[in-house]
Design a protein around this ligand. Structure first.
Ligand code: PRP
Length: 216
């Protein structure tokens, strides 16, 4: 059987991914969160894990450097999804993509006036498409994190960001003014790998589907 390489990223999604993988018989030999190693064997003789940045997971899988991976819908939409199968919504990493702004900012008035809006976000593509659908003219400022700061210091009028508990918005006196879409994490698969390594890949996809259904 040909060995499979699975791309995972550290952080919140990993905490929810590991139990699903364990139920599918794949347990990394070291904790990926704690280890400095980037390639980890697993309890499954034909599966190894590579640890990459969340935004890089689709790229590794697209180019076949990893055969499969776990990535948030946010990351997949920003990547574009070219050259990727998305066979399974794992139902983990659930949150929402929203437009948020200062509590005191007159969002509805600004929209009605057709005023030009400056948007700060890590999710440039999602933001552009959202406002294009509303036929709103926006200037997008690309950031790499801590988007919540931008409206507080005058860098932007609004942000497009993920909200999970809402604690970060509340702590910074921001409010969500538009809901863009629900987000969850998906299993992504390289189409070539699915063909060539089906004997190993298909049982893993099936096992993940079962463990996803069992926990949902
Ligand atoms: C995400 C998001 C918000 C926060 C929302 O950031 O960008 O800042 O979580 O979560 P909450 O609603 O539960 O407070 P993350 O911690 O993933 O880091 P990031 O800034 O690198 O995206």
């Amino acid at each position: 059987m040909s060995a499979l390489t699975l791309a995972l990223s550290k952080g919140r999604i990993l905490d929810e991914t590991l139990p699903l993988l364990a139920a599918a018989g794949v347990v990394p030999v070291e904790d990926p969160e704690a280890s400095r190693k980037l390639i980890l064997p697993t309890s499954h003789p034909d599966v190894r894990v590579v640890v990459v940045r969340a935004a890089d997971v689709p790229t590794y899988v697209q180019y076949g450097a990893a055969d499969a991976g776990v990535a948030g819908k946010d990351v997949l939409l920003e990547h574009g999804g070219d050259g990727l199968y998305q066979p399974l919504d794992l139902g983990i990493g659930r949150c929402r993509m929203v437009v948020a702004t200062r509590r005191t900012f007159d969002w509805n008035g600004t929209v009605q006036r057709g005023g030009r809006v400056r948007v700060a976000t890590k999710y440039v593509r999602i933001a552009r498409e959202h406002f294009a659908r509303k036929a709103m003219h926006v200037d997008v400022v690309k950031l790499y994190g801590s988007m919540e700061l931008a409206p507080l210091v005058g860098l932007a009028d609004v942000i497009v960001d993920l909200v999970s508990t809402g604690n970060t918005l509340r702590a910074n006196d921001l409010v969500a003014v538009e809901d863009i879409m629900p987000i969850s994490s998906r299993l992504i698969v390289n189409p070539g790998a699915l063909k060539i390594k089906r004997a190993t890949m298909q049982p893993l996809v099936d096992a993940l589907r079962r463990s996803t259904q069992a926990t949902s």
